[in-house]
Design a protein around this ligand. Structure first.
Ligand SMILES: [Zn+2]
Length: 130
């Protein structure tokens, strides 16, 4: 079984405006960026291979973010199937169906504890590839 990793966004090392602009250039919405800052430190990606984790971490660090790669092992995970599609950075943010908090996709809402897995499957925009 391959080990999985997740990315923890801690904050911005340099200019926040620069980081914001870089994310916007990737198509990330302003309010999601706001929430990344609000929720930080926050898991922004999970279920990654080490190569993927390093790739994303390097990319985000190049934008000025402070990123830590965490071992995903031992954590409860909603999806563990090996055919889970790869996703583009930041595409896993989903709004809570109950309270509306936009957050990295997970099993439950950070704020109200609502089940997020149902809504992420319908609305999630997933891009397979590498
Ligand atoms: Zn909620």
């Amino acid at each position: 079984m391959e080990k999985r990793y997740r990315l923890l966004f801690i904050g911005v090392a340099g200019d926040e405006g620069h980081f914001r602009a870089e994310l916007q250039a990737k198509g990330v919405q302003d309010r999601l960026i706001d929430q990344m800052f609000e929720l930080a430190p926050v898991i922004i990606k999970q279920g990654l291979s080490l190569a993927q984790a390093r790739h994303y971490a390097d990319m985000l660090r190049a934008m000025g973010a402070k990123i830590t790669i965490l071992d995903d092992q031992g954590a409860p995970r909603a999806r563990q199937s090996k055919d889970a599609p790869l996703v583009t950075p930041m595409s896993e943010f989903v709004p809570c169906p109950q309270c509306g908090l936009v957050q990295p996709e997970g099993s439950v809402c950070y704020r109200c504890g609502a089940d997020l897995s149902s809504c992420s499957r319908n609305g999630g925009q997933r891009v397979a590839g590498h």
